[in-house]
Design a protein around this ligand. Structure first.
Ligand SMILES: C=C(O[C@@H]1C=C(C(=O)O)C=C[C@H]1O)C(=O)O
Length: 267
């Protein structure tokens, strides 16, 4: 019998262009569900999903995973939806709260604080329903839709992590990619994922007009987020950016070290 794939995608606005028309395109080939990035990674690991759009750091940490598409969530400058909000100067952060939805940005902020300020702060969680103003920490990392709204005035320093990474490394940054568990037959999948991405990129105005108001954004802002902040194709720059992030995360022991370098080609 032909595979019926269980496919998980990120539930944030950033993913809308990647999944445009995907349900219809999958038909009986697979079913699509949505969740927070960190939960998608856990469900893929536990075998509850066959394929998922997972945080890139989870792919880097698990050698048996196979990248199944060149459709990714990346940026080449400010990303808008990944922010560090700090009550103190960034060089004084002692206690850092990390958005429960994140794995990649959770590692990225630690890489940047180390590289820029030699800091290794104490880490505490920020659950998805917890308000960032009420957590006992010097700074919070926020990702996704809730990071897109203007932050309250209590913060002294605000970092856009895409901007910080791209200026510091002079490379793009890859936040999430489509990955399959080992042993899953993914033939025919990459074409569907890439066709949906291409269709989504050709329909950004329509997607922005459909989703902006329900998220408290203007159509123009959401369009610009898709068109200017985010980047949806895994090219040579993205490959190099991911390899550099891999080295930095390994050197901080945020992911395990392996002898051979990672295979970043998508199938
Ligand atoms: C740009 C973003 O990329 C995301 C960030 C992720 C992470 O930090 O683990 C994972 C998936 C993406 O949704 C965002 O969520 O705002």
């Amino acid at each position: 019998m032909k595979n019926h794939l269980r496919i998980g995608a990120v539930s944030y606005l950033n993913t809308k262009p990647l999944v445009h028309g995907l349900r219809e395109r999958l038909g009986g080939f697979g079913e699509l569900t949505f969740n927070l990035p960190s939960r998608l990674a856990d469900d893929l690991r536990r075998g509850k999903l066959d394929v998922a759009l997972i945080p890139s750091v989870e792919f880097l940490a698990e050698r048996s995973y196979q990248m199944v598409s060149n459709a990714v969530i990346a940026c080449r400058g400010p990303v808008w939806s990944v922010r560090l909000l700090s009550r103190v100067g960034a060089n004084q952060i002692g206690r850092l709260a990390l958005d429960e939805g994140s794995r990649t940005s959770a590692a990225l902020v630690q890489v940047l604080l180390w590289e820029m300020h030699g800091l290794r702060p104490e880490i505490v969680p920020l659950s998805i329903d917890q308000s960032p103003e009420h957590v006992d920490a010097d700074a919070v990392l926020l990702i996704g839709d809730r990071a897109m709204h203007p932050p309250p005035r209590c913060y002294r320093e605000i970092w856009d992590l895409g901007d910080r990474w791209c200026r510091w490394s002079e490379l793009p940054f890859v936040f999430a990619l489509w990955v399959a568990r080992p042993g899953v037959d993914t033939s025919g999948l990459s074409e569907r994922l890439e066709a949906s991405r291409d269709d989504g990129l050709a329909s950004l105005e329509e997607i922005a007009a459909r989703d902006a108001a329900t998220h408290g954004l203007t159509n123009e802002d959401l369009f610009r987020y898709f068109a200017e902040n985010l980047h949806y194709t895994f090219g040579v720059g993205e490959q190099n950016g991911l390899a550099e992030f891999h080295r930095r995360a390994v050197s901080l022991d945020l992911i395990p070290h392996y002898d051979s370098s990672i295979d970043l080609r998508s199938s």
